[in-house]
Design a protein around this ligand. Structure first.
Ligand SMILES: *Cc1c(COP(=O)(O)O)cnc(C)c1O
Length: 425
């Protein structure tokens, strides 16, 4: 059972000021989750979560997370700019990118962020670009093969474009040390959206073993291990959620088993969670505007895949609550669709829902990460607003809806078009 964090009456009131569709984020849920994560890793004094900005690139969200003690993980110049604008400084910024333009390394260095190199060849490139290497550097590891835990997690690092092989990473630390780097970190992201308490402990074991090897073979004691993102959420109501306290405990056991006896108990842990931190605390709220009966029952809504792309590209499941009809017994099976000229613009297929009527508000759960962020403008669809449901129950607009004039602003508009825009009603 998944419950919406707003009622129909609340949404009706919000929609008077901010027409649907819109995203609504739940400040309380975000803060509670950040606090729980810090509690789970409180046994590791230097622990820090670097929120992956790409998941929810909104400065209001970043400021909430900053207040909760988080840093940020950036992967582009715009994300670095947002980090700086929100007051993240120095080592509160992780720069984990790949196929990176030179200017982004320069900017990350200016901000004093930690640069996490994706590829062996980046070492020479960064040295050339920056003149000297920063005193702190991190390297991204890819063990290859399959990453598998029982029947719960399956991913394929061998096919992932990210990270360095074991031989490359060992050679990498050796070179960094020769070139005067003093503080070192390691990073790996081997499986995505894991709904299992095993992922971090198993990943930590792999990384900690490698960290011990680096110490023994190269005489380098790393400063931090970055477990990156990948902790998932139960998109389906029947799934069992992760228990972050258990996950923290699991990592602690591996830490005490492998690192502590090898004189590496000083190591700080980092995470770069995106989905786990935000997905359940953002919803896309949309209104039913149309019905169509052909070979299926279609319910058309005023949002489309341009507002939430995951169902279209990953066939991802997003649970739907029909606000005000939570207790309805009578159901009907619908395809819930948007208006794009693309047949993949379906938020749900053959979904059993309470019988819908025009004007019903649908609450698409778990859209708070990799939701708005993946928006696009196909078919001239504009981005919707992002709103924050604050802890005191009030609602604040944290990104206004895009206007057609925003969409036109980057065009080479001629005088006639400008006149047209000025004169239209
Ligand atoms: C996408 C990404 C994350 C966040 O991933 P989630 O699945 O949202 O936890 C963290 N680090 C890096 C380098 C990423 O690319």
């Amino acid at each position: 059972m998944k419950n919406a964090y707003v009622s129909k009456e609340q949404v009706e009131a919000i929609a008077k000021e901010y027409p649907t569709p819109f995203y609504l984020y739940d400040e309380k849920g975000i803060r509670d989750t950040a606090r729980k994560l810090y509690k789970a890793f409180s046994w590791n004094p230097g622990f820090k979560e670097y929120f992956a900005i790409k998941a929810t690139p909104n400065t209001a969200i970043l400021r909430i997370l900053k207040e909760e003690g988080c840093g940020v993980d950036c992967s582009s110049k715009v994300e670095l700019t947002m980090a700086e604008a929100c007051g993240f400084k120095g080592q509160e910024i992780m720069f984990s990118s790949n196929d990176t333009p030179e200017e982004e390394y320069i900017f990350a260095r200016e901000l004093g962020g930690i640069i996490n190199l994706d590829d062996f060849s980046n070492i020479a490139e960064v040295e050339e670009t920056l003149g000297t290497l920063p005193k702190t550097m991190s390297l991204r590891f890819n063990p290859g093969g399959y990453f598998k835990i029982a029947n719960t997690i399956m991913d394929n690092p061998e096919e992932a474009k990210f990270g360095m092989t074991e031989a490359q990473i060992l050679e990498g630390y050796k070179i960094l040390k020769e070139k005067g780097v003093e503080h070192f970190g390691i990073h790996a992201f081997l499986a995505s959206n894991t709904v299992s308490n095993e992922y971090y402990p198993v990943l930590a074991r792999q990384l900690f073993q490698l960290v011990v090897r680096i110490k023994k073979e190269l005489g380098i004691s790393l400063d931090f291990v970055n477990l990156s993102g990948g902790i998932g959420i139960p998109y389906r109501p029947e799934q069992e959620p992760n228990d972050i306290l258990l996950i923290g405990q699991g990592v602690k056991e591996v830490f005490e088993e492998i690192l502590v006896p090898n004189g590496l108990g000083h190591i700080r842990l980092c995470t770069e969670l995106g989905r786990f931190m935000l997905a359940p605390y953002g919803a896309l709220i949309t209104k039913v505007i149309h019905f169509k009966e052909t070979y299926r029952h279609y319910a058309g809504v005023d949002a489309c895949a341009a507002n939430l792309m995951r169902p279209a590209i990953y066939d991802a499941y997003h649970h739907i609550t029909v606000l005000g009809k939570e207790e309805e017994k009578e159901t009907k099976t619908y395809d819930v669709v948007g208006s794009l000229c693309e047949n993949n613009d379906k938020f749900a297929k053959n979904r059993e829902l309470p019988v819908l009527e025009k004007g019903d508000y649908l609450f698409f759960h778990d859209a708070g990460a990799h939701g708005f962020a993946m928006g696009y403008n196909y078919n001239g669809k504009l981005w919707c607003a992002e709103l924050l449901l604050k802890e005191d129950g009030t609602v604040k607009c944290i990104r206004r809806a895009q206007r057609d004039t925003d969409y036109f602003a980057t065009l080479d508009i001629d005088e006639d078009f400008q006149k047209y825009l000025q004169n239209r009603k």
